[in-house]
Design a protein around this ligand. Sequence first.
Ligand code: ATP
Length: 365
Amino acid sequence: MSRVRVVNLHKRFDKTIAVDGISFEVGDGEFVVLLGPSGCGKTTTLRCIAGLETPDKGEIYIGDKLVNDLPPKDRDIAMVFQSYALYPHMTVYDNLAFPLKMKKYPKQEIDKRVREVSKLLRIEELLDRRPRQLSGGQQQRVALGRALVRNPRVWLMDEPLSNLDAKLRVYMRAELKRLQRDLGITTIYVTHDQAEAMAMADRIAVMNQGKILQYAPPHEVFERPANIFVAGFLGSPPMNFVEANVVEKDSKLILDAGIFQYTLPEEIAKLVREQAKGDKVVIGFRPEHMILSIEKQPDSVFQADVYVIEPMGSNYIVDLKAGEYLMKAIVPITTKLPSLGEKVWVGFLLEKVHLFDAKTEMAIF
Ligand code: ATP
C-alpha cells in the first residue's frame, strides 16, 4: 500500500505561514494535484512529504508508516523539481542510470530502462551530452527521466513541465499520465496551471494561503466550487461575479444586483433562506454560460455595453460593461452581436449559475 496521508501539517518560515494546518489523503495509485497561486504553500507541502523540510506540526504517513523522522532517501519516493539539479560532470546516460546504480541494479537492466525512458522523453540523441550542453527544456526532461527510471512507491513532482514549450508540454502531460496509470504509482503533482491540473488529476487540492479550500475530482471543483476562491481560480476566462442584496417581497426572494433584479425560483429561495448568513450574496456565472442577443429574449436578464470583441477560433470572447462591472462572455462565432459601444442583452443559464454567501464566501447553490 502506498497511500500518502498528511495530517494537520503546519510549516512557517519566520513570520510567513507557508502551510496552515492542512490534511489530505492520496489513495494507492492515485494522481493528486496541488493547485493554487504562487506562494500558497504547494512546494512547501511537497517538500515536507519528501523530507526536505521539517514540519512544525503534523504527521506524514507513506503507506501506513509515519515517516516524519525518516530521511528522504528512506522514504521510497522519487522527486522532480522545477530546478533540476543534474550532476554536471555526468552524461545524460549516467545521470539517468545513477539512481539504478545506487540500488545495485544489473547493468543490462539499467541499460534497458535508461533507453526506454529516454525514448519516452524524446532524449535518445542526447544520451552522450552533459547537462550544460542541453537547453532548459531538455534538462528538465532528463530530470524527469531520473525519477521515471525507478519504480518508487510515490512520485513527487513540482512543476516538472514548466520549462517545456507548449506543444511538448501537452505531449508530455499525456505521456506522464499514461505512465503513471500503467505503473500505478501514487503521485502528488504541484502546478499553478489549471489546464494541467484538470487534464491530469484524479483529484485536485485547490490551495490558497496555506490552506486547502477544496479537495475533489476535477469536474467537481469546476462544476461545484465550494467557495468564491475556487470558483474564480478555475476556468479561463474566469467566472464573473456580481454582488446582490437579498430582498424578501410578497413572500418571494429577489436578488437585487443593481444592474438587474432577479426573482428566485422557490427551491433556490429556500436554500438561500436556510444558508445565507447575511443579506448579501454573490452571483457567479461562467463566460461560456452567458447568452447574448441584440433583441430582448425571454431569458434576457440585463443590458450591457459591448466593450471589446475578440475572435478566438470558433468563439468570440466579448468584454461587457454593466454598471460598475466588467464581465467576459464566450459565445459561438455565429452569434449576432452589436457594434462596439452599443448595448446587448445578457442572459444566463440558471441551472449553471452559482450563489455564494457574501460574508463567508461559501457556496449556497
Ligand atoms: P510557487 O508556485 O511560487 O512555487 P508555492 O505555492 O509552491 O509557490 P511555497 O514555495 O510553498 O509556495 O511558499 C509558501 C510561502 O512560504 C511563500 O510566502 C514563500 O515566500 C515562503 N517560503 C517558502 N520557502 C521559504 C524559505 N525557505 N524561507 C522563507 N520563506 C519561504
